[in-house]
Design a protein around this ligand. Structure first.
Ligand code: NZQ
Ligand code: ZN
Length: 389
């Protein structure tokens, strides 16, 4: 097990009706806030009205900025920064999924920085200050509700880039599984694929003697697999949603990263897909992850065989761990298919050939590598994209 420091500072407020006290929670930080949300689902479901009532009851003034698109854009972030600066905003409340939360995080760091917020995403500047943010999560998926990450797309060149800092842990996140009842089936599937990918990125590691985390990751994967089919059958199954929502947070709050180095190559490659083609991140991962697995499994066949046996109940073939490993990858692919997800680029709607461009962008024209399990250069990324075709 590797040395580690672990501290996740996000307070989780979980359960039915938990959003109704958001005003009190927010007022601990500021009485003047930015209310940030997406394309309007929260208005249709009545969540917006409940939040506004709670804020008013707590004497919190707000300015609102809606319109965050999936794969959130830099231009709206810039608009948010302007609003925060001009109105001395002291707190940002994000209502939505990973896109709204990531956009809020970007606004929070940009508001207190004199330069261009994109500097952080290019690694040109270190984050030293951030406005506090809180979230009300409406889709279990990205894990941004208690992660150090923010992923933004710059429309100038369609670069999708991430930044990480402990300063952008949300102060609190409200998780009410009831809020997920209205999700379209496709978003349910995409969210589950993303949660599973966060677990698998951590699972495929070169760190040794990491049994506790292996077992916790396997348990979380099995929980998602067992419950996602239940919510697809019955969208108002609270108990199944509760399992998935908590799994989504646990999958990405860094606990399951302790003592080990995760991979993250599939995420870096996928960000080029969703950056250029604006596809859902989870759908992109359903295509890229199995292709990555096929490309790298020989590096540690026993770990892949363990995954197959423990997560997908593949019978352990002692005379051929490779056969077991390959069967595990196949079952993962079939599981994604059963959720209605694409498992190749064509099914994802990508028929033109920009593989070279994506491989180049992911590896900074071969000047850097992606992933840790095996460090992948441009030609490796190109081969993985080809396998995904
Ligand atoms: O915009 P609205 O109207 O809210 O609709 C959204 C959106 O169209 C809809 N939706 C959300 N909750 C709903 C709902 N529809 C009905 N009922 C509800 N309760 O779902 C659509 C997708 O929303 P989005 O926020 O884009 O989904 P997700 O949470 O999957 O976030 C994806 C983004 O997160 C990034 C991804 O790259 C992507 O940009 N990620 C962020 C990470 C982080 N910050 O730690 C890590 C992840 O690996 C990921 O990269
Ligand atoms: Zn992800």
């Amino acid at each position: 097990m590797d040395n580690f420091t672990f501290q996740n500072t996000t307070k989780i407020i979980f359960g039915k009706g938990s959003e109704n006290n958001v005003g009190q929670e927010v007022s601990k930080y500021s009485k003047k806030i930015l209310l940030h949300y997406g394309g309007g689902t929260i208005k249709k479901t009545g969540l917006y009205d409940r939040v506004v009532t709670s804020l008013k009851d707590a004497g919190v003034d707000f300015i609102e900025l809606g319109g965050v698109k999936p794969n959130p854009r830099l231009s709206l972030v810039q608009e948010g920064i302007k609003i925060c600066r001009e109105n001395s905003i002291g707190f940002i409340l994000a209502i939505g999924g990973g896109s709204v939360i990531d956009s809020s995080k970007a606004i929070s760091i940009g508001s207190l920085y004199s330069g261009d917020v994109w500097d952080f995403y290019l690694g040109k500047s270190e984050i030293t200050a951030a406005l506090p943010i809180g979230t009300i999560l409406t889709i279990p998926a990205a894990g941004s509700e208690s992660s150090t990450g923010s992923v933004i797309t710059n429309e100038d060149g369609f670069y999708k880039r991430a930044v990480n800092s402990e300063l952008i842990y949300p102060k609190f996140s409200i998780l009410n599984p009831e809020l997920a009842f209205t999700l379209p089936k496709y978003q349910v599937a995409c969210g589950s694929a993303d949660i599973m990918a966060h677990l698998m990125e951590r699972y495929f590691t070169n760190s040794e003697h990491v049994e506790l985390m292996d077992r916790l990751i396997e348990a979380t994967l099995k929980t998602v697999i067992n419950n996602v089919t239940q919510v697809l059958d019955k969208p108002d199954n609270y108990d199944a949603w509760a399992e998935i929502m908590w799994s989504g947070t646990v999958a990405h709050n860094n606990l399951l990263n302790t003592g080990r180095v995760g991979d993250w190559g599939s995420h870096d490659i996928e960000h080029e897909l969703s950056g250029i083609y604006d596809v859902a991140h989870g759908a992109g991962l359903a295509v890229i992850f199995p292709a990555w697995m096929k490309y790298v499994y020989k590096h540690d066949i026993n770990r892949f065989a363990q995954f197959a046996v423990r997560v997908f109940n593949v019978e352990n073939s002692f005379w051929s761990p490779e056969k077991t490993a390959i069967e595990g990858i196949k079952r993962l692919e079939n599981f994604f298919k059963s959720l209605g997800l694409p498992t190749n680029l064509k099914e994802l709607g990508i028929i033109d050939d920009r593989l070279d461009e994506m491989a180049s962008k992911a590896t900074n024209s071969d000047l850097s590598t992606v992933g840790n399990f095996i460090k992948l250069g441009k030609s490796d990324v190109y081969s993985i994209l080809k396998l995904a075709k």
